[in-house]
Write a protein that binds this ligand. Structure first.
Ligand SMILES: C[S@@+](CC[C@H](N)C(=O)[O-])C[C@H]1O[C@@H](n2cnc3c(N)ncnc32)[C@H](O)[C@@H]1O
Length: 628
């Protein structure tokens, strides 16, 4: 029976579910921008053959026809506590960003920065090696540029929906696709909302090349959601003294007290006296920044470097976040990779949403945010009160944490995943799907559905006018439960006539078919995963040095293999990867199964490793070693 307290909790859950589902059911209401006349028929150059709609967009159904919407629930997998739990947490999602975005409310984001795969080459774009990443990239790649653009457009249109009217979007690309995407962005956001093509010139190490100039820049397309968008904090760069005297063609002079100045005599011809401009004042004001940004790549010695190929430097993202958002604004990155945007946003006191379809990427981001927390803890006076970070999964779900849910939360999750709606009023009917009553079994797979459950559920259905069938959703069914189902159909039982009960196991294809039948690519969604089996050994080599080995560990999910091992050599409650051990691959790309580490001091050491497989199974293993 459901107690009053349970009912209240369930009602809260229902509200939450409805909120998450508040996004339009079938059709996005996002307007594709109207094309200005001059864009269609330029006065001097004849017409440019552009369509009004972005590639792949259907007039009525937009991208919902190609990629149907699938409203699956989020699984709250973890939380990083920054000490302000009362504030709504920042959110890090593991899942395909198109579907994650479709679960988020419109007009809620101030700034989007994205750094999607550049369409630059098959292997280069698959960074982490997760099966989802490989599968989706192979599909995009095989369809060529049009298929990449359609894939990108569907996502850009969702981003437009999420942005507030005052919002900005920065899209990071390079020469491989930037010109094609620019045309699509013009159609989606409007030619008039294009603000800049920023050139990030990272220069350095140019080789001789007889065929072309060396490509040493990326392109960042900056669009506004509307003409209400502004650069909130105009960034400046410091002048050097040489630049000041050179640019203004003035000699540096000295005041009586030794203060340096130049004489600005630009207005002398209009009869005004030459103006003294003090060098320190000019430097303080700074010089305005244009659309060519000279910034190096992350140096190999840099503390922020994680070691995977497409990581962007924090100073680049910092410039964008500082310019186009203010503290407290919501920043989003739906291709977050190793978490540069969320990390900088957290540090600068912005609220944020981040997403990646690679579990390895999400693990790295999580570790990076955790390190930030450790840093903040060690700084006496915290500058910005930071909200917590909630780590949430969409589409692939971890069985161990589902088992730990309360029966109420488990019920909420299962019914939402099955595409039903929750009901808090009846004791055996937990929800409905297409008006068919649903009953959800216990969260632990060890507690199977019994004959008594089947009969009680059937009895309650029979009290409902016109209802003659029901569905039981559970991890497992006892043989007696199956027998009871059969008997109810053939004979009727316990005063209940001809009630058809369908037993559906949560991990079965029947449970998932409302998702998988919508699209051939959706067969990876609504899957359940288990953690790898970790086999750990250590060997002390002397001189405070130890070798740690997990090479005998095994991925336990069907067809999966281990792809990443991170290490924490000072484990305290929360996994925080040690520097240089966050992206756990050796030079040949194999996971860091075997590592050597030298401790500074002897004593009992608490160490841990996080092992991830390529379908998202993950396990944190913790142990102690004695260092003499
Ligand atoms: C170029 S990397 C981003 C690197 C990031 N800017 C950084 O500094 O670490 C692109 C990321 O997009 C992710 N990705 C690709 N397709 C995705 C999708 N459909 N949904 C979510 N993430 C996706 C990849 O897994 C990869 O981590």
């Amino acid at each position: 029976m459901t107690s009053n307290l349970d009912k209240k909790k369930l009602d809260d859950r229902i509200t939450e579910y409805i909120l998450a589902d508040a996004v339009p059911e079938n059709i996005s209401k996002t307007e594709v921008a109207k094309q200005p006349e001059f864009y269609k028929i330029p006065k001097r150059f004849g017409s440019i053959p552009v369509d009004e709609l972005p590639l792949g967009c259907d007039k009525e159904k937009q991208y919902y026809k190609i990629y149907p919407r699938i409203p699956l629930p989020f699984q709250r997998a973890d939380r990083i506590t920054f000490g302000y739990p009362e504030q709504t947490p920042n959110r890090l999602f593991w899942g395909d960003n198109l579907h994650v975005m479709r679960m988020l409310p419109s007009n809620s984001v101030d700034l989007i920065y994205i750094d999607p795969p550049f369409f630059s080459g098959r292997n280069y774009n698959v960074i982490f090696g997760d099966q989802n990443e490989i599968r989706s990239f192979t599909d995009i790649w095989e369809g060529g540029m049009p298929s990449f653009l359609i894939w990108m457009n569907a996502r850009l249109l969702e981003m437009k929906r999420l942005l507030k009217q005052t919002g900005s979007i920065y899209l990071h690309l390079d020469w491989h696709a930037s010109h094609y995407v620019k045309i699509e962005m013009d159609k989606i956001f409007g030619y008039d909302n294009f603000r800049n093509e920023i050139i990030w010139h990272y220069g350095q190490r140019t080789m001789h090349n007889k065929k072309k100039w060396n490509s040493k820049h990326d392109v960042i397309l900056f669009y506004a959601k509307s003409d209400k968008t502004i650069i909130k904090n105009i960034p400046t760069e410091p002048w050097t003294k040489e630049e000041i005297s050179e640019k203004r063609a003035r000699r540096i002079l000295f005041d009586d007290d030794g203060r340096e100045y130049i004489l600005d005599n630009r207005s002398v011809s209009k009869g005004y006296p030459a103006k003294k401009q003090y060098i320190d004042d000019i430097i303080k004001k700074g010089k305005a920044i244009d659309d060519v940004w000279n910034m190096p790549m992350i140096l190999s010695t840099s503390k922020e470097r994680l070691g995977y190929p497409t990581q962007k430097p924090e100073y680049l993202i910092e410039r964008i976040i500082n310019a186009s958002s203010s503290p407290g604004d919501v920043v989003a990155d739906f291709f977050c990779g190793g978490g540069t945007t969320p990390c900088v946003s957290q540090r600068l006191g912005r609220r944020w949403i981040a997403c990646d379809q690679s579990r390895v990427a999400v693990g790295i981001t999580q570790g990076r945010i955790q390190s930030l927390y450790e840093e903040e803890k060690s700084i006496q006076s915290k500058l910005i009160p930071s909200p917590d970070v909630s780590i949430e999964y969409w589409g692939n779900y971890e069985i161990p944490s589902l088992i730990e849910l309360s029966s109420l939360d488990f019920r909420y999750f299962v019914i939402a995943a099955y595409g039903g709606r929750i009901s808090s009023s009846e004791s055996y009917i937990h929800g409905y799907k297409s008006d068919i009553p649903l009953f959800v079994g216990p969260s632990s797979p060890e507690n199977r559905i019994t004959k008594e459950d089947v009969i009680s559920f059937a009895r309650e259905i029979s009290t409902k006018k016109g209802k003659r069938e029901g569905v039981i959703l559970a991890w497992a069914f006892a043989p007696s439960a199956h027998a009871a189902v059969e008997k109810l159909i053939s004979e009727g039982r316990a005063g209940v006539d001809l009630i058809k009960i369908s037993p559906i196991e949560i991990e079965s294809t029947r449970f998932r078919d409302h998702i998988t039948r919508l699209h051939e690519d959706y067969d990876s969604f609504l899957t359940f995963i288990i953690p790898p089996l970790v086999r750990f050994s250590s060997q002390y080599l002397g001189n405070k040095t130890c070798v740690f080995d997990v090479s005998e560990s095994m991925a336990m999910n069907n067809g999966a293999k281990i792809i990443n091992v991170q290490w924490d050599f000072d484990f305290q409650d929360r996994f925080t990867p040690s520097r240089g051990f966050a992206y756990g691959r050796d030079d040949e790309g194999k996971p860091l199964y075997k590592v050597q580490f030298t401790f500074v001091r002897s004593g009992k050491k608490s160490i841990a490793c996080r092992i991830q497989d390529d379908v998202g199974g993950e396990k944190i293993y913790h142990d102690y070693v004695i260092i003499e």
